[in-house]
Design a protein around this ligand. Structure first.
Ligand SMILES: [Zn+2]
Length: 246
């Protein structure tokens, strides 16, 4: 089985524009200033969640086949029970989320960062082949980003004992990732609304699989194939089905 490419999130060109887009969409994305240096490696970032109860249009740009498109939709729909957004799968290419499925890379914009992409650009690519056993989990993971989730292994409480020099070497030789790309997708911990209010979860669909050789000592994470209970809990918190009673 060929190596699946690890997912990269699309880095917004400008943090300030990203923040303004997130705030315009949903004022709850307001950046919280945190005081003190409790987590020195932490990157304070705003959250990028969509406005509750809105319709999120999902479009496909040149899908390889109808079967390919249907399989992606079926996987995306597994998120629906845990969110209050209405997912609308549209037939044209004009969507809030615009998905291409070109091998081999997997990447996505995080939440409202999708609004910063030009209308003709995709906001997500699913590069894992339809026949690959990891297809469904790749779609679940990328769509988790589209809903605003960040990488779980970058949770401030993850505290992964990375063998950093080896990790840089590994990602460079296998996937041609720069040091900056490794930092952005693996090492930087993220201080966001969701990571500050939910515990670290090794079983999250948003966690990379981590081979033991990438860490110091005996530490690894298996590849996760489904949405975890904690993922669902987090989504229900971000996109609650009903308003809390006063
Ligand atoms: Zn990812």
């Amino acid at each position: 089985m060929p190596h699946q490419h690890p997912c990269k999130t699309i880095i917004p060109i400008d943090e300030q524009t990203s923040y303004e887009a997130a705030f315009d969409e949903n004022p709850d994305n307001r950046q919280t200033v945190h005081s003190g240096g409790r987590n020195k490696r932490g990157v304070a970032t705003h959250s990028k969640f969509w406005a509750s109860h809105r319709t999120l249009k999902v479009a496909f740009i040149d899908p390889p086949s109808q079967a390919h498109r249907e399989a992606a939709i079926n996987a995306i729909k597994l998120w629906q029970p845990s969110i209050n957004l209405k997912l609308a799968f549209v037939s044209g290419t004009a969507g809030d989320i615009r998905i291409t499925m070109v091998a081999p890379l997997n990447y996505s914009a995080v939440g409202t960062d999708a609004t910063l992409r030009a209308p003709h650009e995709n906001t997500m690519n699913i590069g894992t082949d339809l026949k690959h056993p990891g297809f469904e989990s790749a779609v679940l993971h990328e769509f988790g980003h589209a809903l605003g989730l960040e990488h779980e292994h970058q949770h401030p409480k993850a505290d992964i004992p990375w063998d950093k020099p080896f990790v840089y070497h590994y990602y460079l030789t296998r996937f041609n990732w720069s040091k900056e790309e490794v930092d952005h997708n693996l090492f930087n911990t993220l201080e966001t609304l969701n990571t500050r209010t939910t515990p670290y979860d090794k079983t999250s669909i948003m966690h990379y699989p981590i081979a033991n050789e990438l860490t110091i000592g005996d530490w690894s994470v298996e590849k996760n194939h489904s949405i975890s209970q904690n993922d669902r809990r987090l989504m229900r918190k971000i996109y609650p089905k009903s308003l809390p009673s006063a």
